[in-house]
Design a protein around this ligand. Structure first.
Ligand code: SUD
Ligand code: ADP
Length: 268
């Protein structure tokens, strides 16, 4: 059985509180986008995990899909499987690729072995593996809060716009990104701001990671400036970076960007 995990972008991100467990409370909008990879599972005599495409740093045995299978096997009698992941979502991009793989893997195992797990049960496995992982179970636009793992559905449809995403050759670790932020309560919640016309978002909606990440990584700042100069109604770094997206009214030619950037067009 095969599935195609997709990435997310964050529209706005306010870090509101440092928790005693080392994590932060935040509010953000998660929006699914069409940058996808392929994940296949077949039954096998022995457990096996292989990847192709973009190289994933770290030992294969640490992969989040295998960790998810171990968790599910604690509760359910499940056979050995062979997993193949063709990685296409840039890593360390703020696109939630590892989390998407994990959630789509859990949904695939649920379907393949007819486990009839509820979305809530699958989300509870996800919450043990990554803060933004549970979002990918329903994979619909949401207002997310707490650790980024609690959700309220929102109505947001960007299908009339053109979304382009650029990944500069920079890696930002999520933990590094959080360390550089001083939490604060926003003046107005994203839940309200997101209802404004997109033309007004740029001056009102912020990503709290941008201040220090754009300062420390001028290449990311340059991409954001370039997307705005090219006519983006709204441009922002996604999550903890390093990718930056632009929302455009018309399709845009981004061939002028420096060649070491990876460009994804029309991902809405
Ligand atoms: C920043 C966000 C914004 O959507 O996404 P990315 O940019 O990574 O995609 C998320 O909060 C990332 O969630 P996720 O990538 O699942 O984080 P985890 O693996 O659970 O945690 C990695 C590290 O980030 C920090 N962390 C994460 C989430 C959170 N609410 N508070 C934190 O302080 C912690 O230091 C933690 O050890
Ligand atoms: N299936 C996977 N895909 C990507 N990264 C994975 C995966 N499993 C574990 N990881 C680890 O998770 C880390 C975060 O990756 P990723 O989810 O792509 O970034 P981000 O949190 O910026 O969205 C990587 O450094 C990688 O070592």
């Amino acid at each position: 059985m095969i599935t195609f995990p997709n990435a997310k972008i964050n529209i706005g991100l306010n870090i509101t509180h440092k928790r005693t467990d080392g994590y932060h409370n935040l509010e953000t909008i998660f929006y699914p986008v069409k940058i996808k990879e392929a994940l296949e599972v077949i039954e096998s005599a022995e457990m096996d995990f292989e990847t192709s495409g973009i190289e994933i740093p770290g030992p294969a045995n640490d992969n989040l899909c295998l960790q998810a299978y171990q968790l599910m096997r604690k509760d359910h009698d499940l056979p050995n499987i062979k997993i193949h992941l063709h990685k296409n979502i840039p890593i360390g991009a703020g696109l939630g690729g590892g989390s998407a793989d994990t959630a789509f893997f859990i949904k695939l195992i649920n379907d393949k072995f007819e486990m009839q797990l509820s979305d809530e049960k699958m989300e509870s496995y996800c919450r043990q593996l990554g803060a933004d992982c549970a979002f990918f179970i329903q994979n619909k636009p949401v207002y997310a809060f707490n650790k980024g793992d609690e959700f309220e559905p929102i109505t947001l449809d960007l299908s009339d716009y053109h979304l382009a995403l650029v990944m500069p050759p920079v890696h930002v670790s999520t933990a590094e990104a959080y360390r550089g932020v001083t939490p604060k309560q926003p003046k107005r919640s994203l839940k309200e701001l997101i209802k404004m016309p997109i033309e007004e978002w740029q001056s009102k909606i912020t990503n709290d990671f941008e201040d220090h990440i754009l300062l420390n990584h001028p290449q990311i700042k340059k991409v954001k400036q370039d997307l705005l100069s090219a006519g983006a109604l709204f441009s922002m770094m996604s999550g903890s970076g390093a990718s930056v997206y632009g929302i455009f009214k018309e399709k845009v030619d981004l061939s002028f960007l420096e060649k070491d950037n990876l460009v994804f067009s029309d991902i809405q």
